[in-house]
Design a protein around this ligand. Sequence first.
Ligand SMILES: C[C@H](O)[C@H](O)CC(=O)C(=O)O
Ligand SMILES: [Mg+2]
Length: 391
Amino acid sequence: MQIKEVRAFVVRGGGADYHDQTEAHWIDDHICTPMSKYEEYKQSRKSFGINVLGTLVVEIEATDGTVGFAVTTGGEIGAFIVEKHLARFVEGADVTDIEKIWDQMFNSTLYYGRKGVVLNAISGVDLALWDLLGKVRNEPVHKMIGGAVRDELKFYATGARPDLAKEMGFIGGKLPLQWGPADGDEGLKKNIETLAHMRSKVGDDFWLMFDCWMSLDLNYSIKLAKAASEYGLKWIEEALPPDDYWGYAELRENIPDGMMVSTGEHEATRWGFRMLFDKNCCDLIQPDVGWCGGLTELLKISALADAHNKLVVPHGSSVYSYHFVFTRQNSPFAEFLMMAPNADKVVPMFNPLLLDEPVPLNGKMNISALDKPGFGVRLNPECELSRPYIH
Ligand SMILES: C[C@H](O)[C@H](O)CC(=O)C(=O)O
Ligand SMILES: [Mg+2]
């Protein structure tokens, strides 16, 4: 069966661009970023434009009218790339031509792509192709990539309230780091106080992690890790800018015993991750399925990680991550991003954009929650999509 048409849409307010929240939200409130050194961009991440892109929706229709779709971050720029450049490699191809289409999309954009929003757009097309193929074959995606290796998946929660996440059944809580190098020793002390406070609330066995969102320098990262080890920090995440492979290698060499270094959320393709493995930058990689090159590329990244004895725990990405994680032995648990503004209840990660989006129940998900063709989700017809470019 062939592909008839590719369409790209943009939608605002939550969805795959989960930073694009309209109301006051823990995810925007005084979280340390690479822009926090500027006083005027310290309090809110939206102030420097974290939500500037919005969500990209890619739809791919086969000649029999079956439609596969996917959502990622990419907004109008992503829509332009899909409609004006990538669509030519998809339309007219067979629905099974996923590997060839990926190769053509990547190689034709090499001169301006390789990472960032171009890879988000490629990921969106790739995920929509997997969704389409699953629908055509009447099979869930996890069955097309090797099948589940476990019946139940455990989740940790990312958000401002690990104590509430524990009550909701999660195995751990990842806190956004609030203070960075520009806040000096005083800020470092406040970070550790937050961790100590949470540890006192959740007890010794619950995992606690810090997400540093690319904001620190090497010296600060090592100081933070050493101070946090007293409170059993399980891993320190994305401490440094993604391009500082050398810094990550040094951080890992100096990390306290028992603590892991994680990164990769803003890394893309097998070549980007190869740098992380070659330099032994981390213990755990966190590719985002919607940003790293899609599922086709994630399967390669994951095989490479396996050969280097690294864990693969994808960043967020909802169903696109769940279908993958169930199928891999070196992905023993998954992330759930708490999208409730106060992190006090479980809300689907891409809310309100998808219908039938599964969520962990009591911190766990059974494979039966993914037992639908493709990725098993539908677009919410109440969300207003716009199509800025038509090829
Ligand atoms: C909380 C983090 O700053 C970011 O918004 C999400 C993230 O990096 C993660 O879930 O990991
Ligand atoms: Mg992160």
